[in-house]
Design a protein around this ligand. Structure first.
Ligand SMILES: [Zn+2]
Ligand SMILES: [Zn+2]
Length: 658
């Protein structure tokens, strides 16, 4: 009773306070000093009352935004904190800088406002001023004695920030105040690297003219040209070539700029690099060449440009013994296959698993490619026969051994799993079909089907389908999934986040550490330390764990990784199928990621392990398992070679990998 009474009083007090707070903000905006004075006299507390309708701004923020100098003076005299915080911990000086309120900023600095404060988003008064582009405010801050050469938001430098925004006026101002052009941040990124990586051509031109070092590399071994290759533009690349930038320099992953340009799908920069004489054949340690990268993306123009520049059509092999033709045939890119065949790619070259390109085309439901390769003279009489048979139908990979229709639905407790690339998996159980974290990574196969790692809704039309997306990142959530509902009548979407877009069709959302049941599918989640959730799913007698992007970050296993795994173990889960991210630069230390895999496999006990999150390069899974595997002889591992590889999980009998 007493407690309830106090809560009631508290609510009344809060309501009263909020009303007054809103009122003072209105009076400030109206420039009504006498009203502000009256409100403060009635209740001095209003000076520190945030307004929920204004990002929890304090009255001094509101006065700074409105440029009400007299009111600002009054509020400060009455005890307002000069560096008070709004909901982002931005100060009045920051918001004044953002709105370009020079006089307000000047007043705040005079009254002792911190010019080097940092808010929750890593922004500073200077970065707010740069955003506004108001040169007077920037000049004011420059005079306030900030070290522009070494400081900056989010571990950057201000010269970097200006270069990334392509703001020459600010760069000029900083330069004339003595800031060197090559100020690097703590990961070695220079303004030239920032500008080149973001296609800020004029900033690149300005920096090079001022003598910026085109040869500088950051802590990832990446130069301005390497970054330009990913997301920059051709004009910036031209300028770097003219400045004598090294064309064939490898980054810490062994990638040349040319290879990176094909990885990033940046044909514009690739063209500049090829014209300037970049070596078209330099490979990473995993045997990845520019031609392999272009083929992986189904980039016909890129493949043709490389071949015209003299790239070897049968270059160094990948650790799996793959050449470009294997990849084109497996992924189902007919035109790329044809270009490679025309250029003399060896038709019958077998990979380390004994597969020739024609066999990969057949196994992955690429019927037209199978036929074309047979016509070009590939394969033994028997393979050609089999392939001709596979090539007799056009229906979503039908008659291809990896098609959904090629086998009966699994018995209770059994499952059939398709690797759909990166972190995307399809799992067929006795009565259900689940799809996890599907996204279209570049070009889809000419004839999309599960067997080539794509979803063709027609193939799933008769299934009871549950589609999961663990988190909002683009490599885990692709709104294309909602298009399937036109053809798949029984479909449920389970999202580990609430999408921003209001137009997202009907779906179920599930939060972290929640348990919900959707039809026959029981779902229990964990909080991913990346974003969104990881899913523990029980259906038709099979338990599946898909971790989303939950990956360990610390070698000593500190942090929020292990508690989530422990939470599942404490709840009694020992999944039959365990799908964990194994690689990806956003996870930080790769050694820590592997230590985390080791931990989870140990805790989950005997399980079947599917490594995931290797982008377009499944060869990485072999690397990871070479290190983690020896400690886990009880674990059955599935190491896919291509998108569309499938695996039969048998609850009791022996398992079979295809
Ligand atoms: Zn991811
Ligand atoms: Zn992510």
């Amino acid at each position: 009773m007493l407690l309830r009474h106090w809560i009631f009083v508290l609510v009344l007090v809060l309501m009263a306070a909020t009303a007054t707070a809103g009122e003072i903000h209105q009076a400030i905006e109206a420039g009504d000093l006498s009203r502000v004075q009256a409100l403060v006299r009635a209740d001095a507390g209003v000076i520190t009352q945030p307004d929920d309708n204004r990002d929890r701004s304090l009255p001094l923020h509101t006065a700074a935004i409105a440029g009400q100098l007299e009111i600002m003076e009054y509020l400060i005299a009455q005890g307002a904190v000069v560096d008070g915080h709004d909901k982002d911990q931005s100060t009045p000086l920051m918001v004044a800088c953002f709105r370009g309120k020079v006089e307000a900023a000047k007043l705040l600095i005079q009254r002792g406002a911190g010019v080097d404060q940092v808010d929750l988003n890593g922004a500073t008064p200077v970065s707010f001023a740069m955003h506004s582009g108001n040169m007077e405010v920037i000049q004011l801050l420059l005079e306030a004695g900030i070290d522009f050469a070494t400081q900056g938001p989010n571990n950057g430098t201000y010269m970097n920030l200006a270069a990334a925004g392509g703001n020459l006026e600010i760069m000029e101002l900083l330069f004339s105040s003595g800031v060197p052009v090559d100020t690097a941040n703590d990961t070695g990124t220079t303004p030239l690297i920032s500008a080149a990586g973001l296609g800020q051509t004029e900033a690149v031109r300005w920096l090079l003219a001022k003598g910026a070092d085109a040869g500088h590399v950051d802590s990832n071994g990446m130069s301005a040209m390497s970054l330009c290759a990913f997301r920059g533009n051709g004009a910036s690349a031209e300028l770097l070539v003219q400045a004598g930038a090294e064309l064939n320099q490898k980054d810490n992953w062994g990638r040349t700029p040319l290879l990176s340009s094909f990885q990033g799908g940046n044909d514009e920069v690739a063209t500049v690099l090829l014209k300037a004489g970049a070596d078209p054949d330099l490979a990473t340690e995993l045997g990845q060449t520019p031609l392999i990268k272009a083929t992986e993306r189904g980039d016909l123009a890129g493949v043709e440009a490389l071949l015209a520049a003299g790239a070897k059509v049968d270059p160094v092999e990948t650790p799996q013994g793959r050449q470009a033709l294997h990849i084109a045939a497996a992924r189902g890119y007919g035109d790329v296959t044809a270009a490679l065949v025309k250029a003399g790619a060896p038709l019958n070259c077998v990979d380390k698993a004994g597969a020739a390109p024609i066999m990969l085309a057949r196994d992955h439901g690429n019927y037209k490619i199978t036929k074309a390769l047979a016509k070009a003279g590939s394969g033994s009489a028997k393979t050609i026969n089999e392939c001709e048979l596979a090539g007799t139908t056009k229906k979503c990979g039908e008659k291809c051994p990896g098609a959904l229709s090629a086998a009966k639905a699994p018995a209770k407790g059994d499952a059939r799993v398709w690797y759909l690339g990166h972190s995307s998996m399809a799992v067929q159980t006795h009565n259900n079909l689940l799809v996890f974290d599907y996204f279209e990574n570049g070009r889809t196969a000419d004839s999309p089907c599960l067997a080539n790692g794509n979803i063709c809704p027609k193939e799933l039309a008769d299934q009871k389908v549950t589609v999961f997306a663990s988190h909002v990142h683009g490599d885990h959530y692709d709104p294309v999934i909602f298009e399937w509902s036109e053809q798949v009548k029984d479909i449920t979407y389970v999202l580990g986040f609430e999408p921003d877009d209001e137009n997202v069709p009907a779906h179920e959302s599930i939060g972290a550490r929640e348990s919900k049941t959707f039809g026959e599918v029981k779902v229990h989640t964990i909080a991913s330390n990346d974003s969104g959730v990881g899913f523990m799913v029980e259906v038709d007698g099979v338990t599946i764990f898909h971790a989303g992007d939950h990956a360990n970050r610390q070698r000593d296993l500190s942090g929020s990784y292990c508690p989530e795994i422990d939470y599942l173990v404490a709840a009694g889960y020992h999944p039959d199928l365990t799908m964990l991210p194994t690689t990806g630069c956003n996870f930080g230390d790769p050694v820590a990621v592997r230590i985390g895999i080791d931990y989870t496999l140990e805790k989950f006990g005997p399980t079947t392990f599917f490594p995931m999150h290797a982008g377009t390069n499944p060869a990485r899974y072999v690397e990871v398992w070479d290190e983690v595997g020896p400690k886990h002889t009880q674990v059955e591992v599935v190491l896919p070679r291509d998108s569309g590889d499938w695996f039969n999980f048998k609850a009791k009998e022996e398992h079979a990998m295809h």
